[in-house]
Design a protein around this ligand. Structure first.
Ligand SMILES: Cc1ncc(COP(=O)(O)O)c(C=O)c1O
Length: 359
């Protein structure tokens, strides 16, 4: 029997709260493919307002949301999108924009803070006078917070600059805002300001916000009308979807205010682990709820051994490639869970004394 169970694999592992389950059970619903589900309409209105856009659309997942947005912006064959070489769309979404949408990706190096250099983005824009050979650049994608860089945030000023560049060349700007609420809480800037320059934005409800299912796309009325057709094409049109949207509305009420606390816990976890000999966390990179831990040789453990041993203590984590693990804080992780996790890792890692000489 483990003393405690602490699930740090992702912020997608949360269980619906009692209030969410009640709201789901009592949700007022109708057929949303026919456009008549009142709870879905309510969530979409609320999300459009939060994101400062004309309209919004509930879709099953962040992956489908990004796919719909890229394909809606790139309806002409031979379109190219500029995106980060470590962006979620490029690495983790099965290449859907090309396999399903026929859209060509052009990557620009993601810096450690999740940005791409503006001059490199500009260089990547194709010269239309050579369209006989080149694909046509139509879209730039940003990701905020940037998952692969440890959940680091893009400032409103940076996003504005990319937006200005996009305008200068007649391109559209999409933001993968799977964790845009985390970025907003960390920067102290409202979501609508962070995405002001974007033509489309996605926000996942089932990550830091803790809803069981769903992502919302926001944009102009015309954009959302086109996106709705594509959602149906991809099989994402759902009938009595108000059952899911009801939980998401509760998530907005219950959990947005908890994100700042999640980020504080992530910093405590990061500092505690960084204090253990043989492990290293780049403390500056911990801006939101994701903690990447580098496992050094002197720790005496591999990433798989660390994960397996943590599981024996009831702590769940994920590997993030060789010599690296990932821990993610969410609203169902307490301060006590954080301290318990640090003490378990300390025990596992060779019983070595910490960097202050204590054991
Ligand atoms: C930055 C980012 N975008 C998009 C997604 C895709 O979301 P989903 O898992 O809902 O498809 C994820 C998932 O973790 C993500 O981290």
């Amino acid at each position: 029997m483990v003393a405690q169970r602490v699930d740090l694999r992702s912020d997608t592992v949360t269980k619906p709260t009692e209030r969410m389950r009640d709201a789901m059970a009592n949700a007022e619903v109708d057929d949303d493919v026919l456009g008549h589900d009142p709870t879905a309409a309510c969530l979409e209105r609320e999300m459009a307002k939060i994101m400062g856009k004309e309209a919004a659309l509930f879709v099953p997942s962040g992956t489908m949301a990004n796919l719909i947005c890229v394909l809606t912006h790139c309806q002409i064959r031979g379109s190219e999108v500029i995106l980060g070489d470590y962006s979620h769309i490029h690495i983790y979404e099965n290449g859907g924009i090309s396999t399903i949408g026929g859209v060509h990706p052009r990557t620009v190096k993601n810096n450690e803070d999740g940005t791409m250099d503006i001059d490199q983005i500009e260089e990547a824009i194709r010269d239309p006078s050579f369209e006989i050979c080149y694909p046509t650049t139509r879209l730039i994608c940003l990701e905020n917070s940037h998952a692969h860089s440890g959940g680091r945030c893009l400032s409103a000023e940076y996003t504005d600059k990319v937006g200005e560049l996009a305008k200068k060349y007649g391109l559209k700007l999409h933001i993968d805002g799977a964790r845009i609420f985390n970025a907003s809480a960390a920067l102290g800037v409202p979501v609508h300001r962070l995405v002001q320059a974007a033509d489309s934005v996605t926000a996942c409800l089932s990550k830091g916000l803790g809803a069981p299912v769903g992502t919302v796309i926001a944009g102009s009325k015309t954009f959302i009308a086109k996106a709705k057709i594509l959602r149906k094409t991809l099989g994402g049109g759902m009938r009595q979807v108000g059952v899911l949207c009801a939980a998401a509305l509760v998530a907005l009420e219950e959990n947005v205010g908890k994100l700042e606390g999640d980020h504080k816990k992530a910093k405590v976890l990061a500092a505690g682990i960084n204090n253990i000999k043989g492990l290293k966390v780049d403390l500056l990179s911990v801006e939101t709820n994701i903690v990447y831990v580098d496992i050094l040789k002197e720790s005496g453990v591999t990433e798989d051994e660390l994960i397996k041993n943590l599981e024996i203590h009831g702590v769940l984590a994920m590997t993030e490639g060789p010599c690296k693990i990932r821990l993610v804080i969410h609203h169902q992780i307490s301060e006590r869970d954080v301290q318990y996790t640090i003490s378990c890792i300390q025990k596992i890692v060779s019983g070595l004394p910490d960097k202050n000489g204590a054991n």
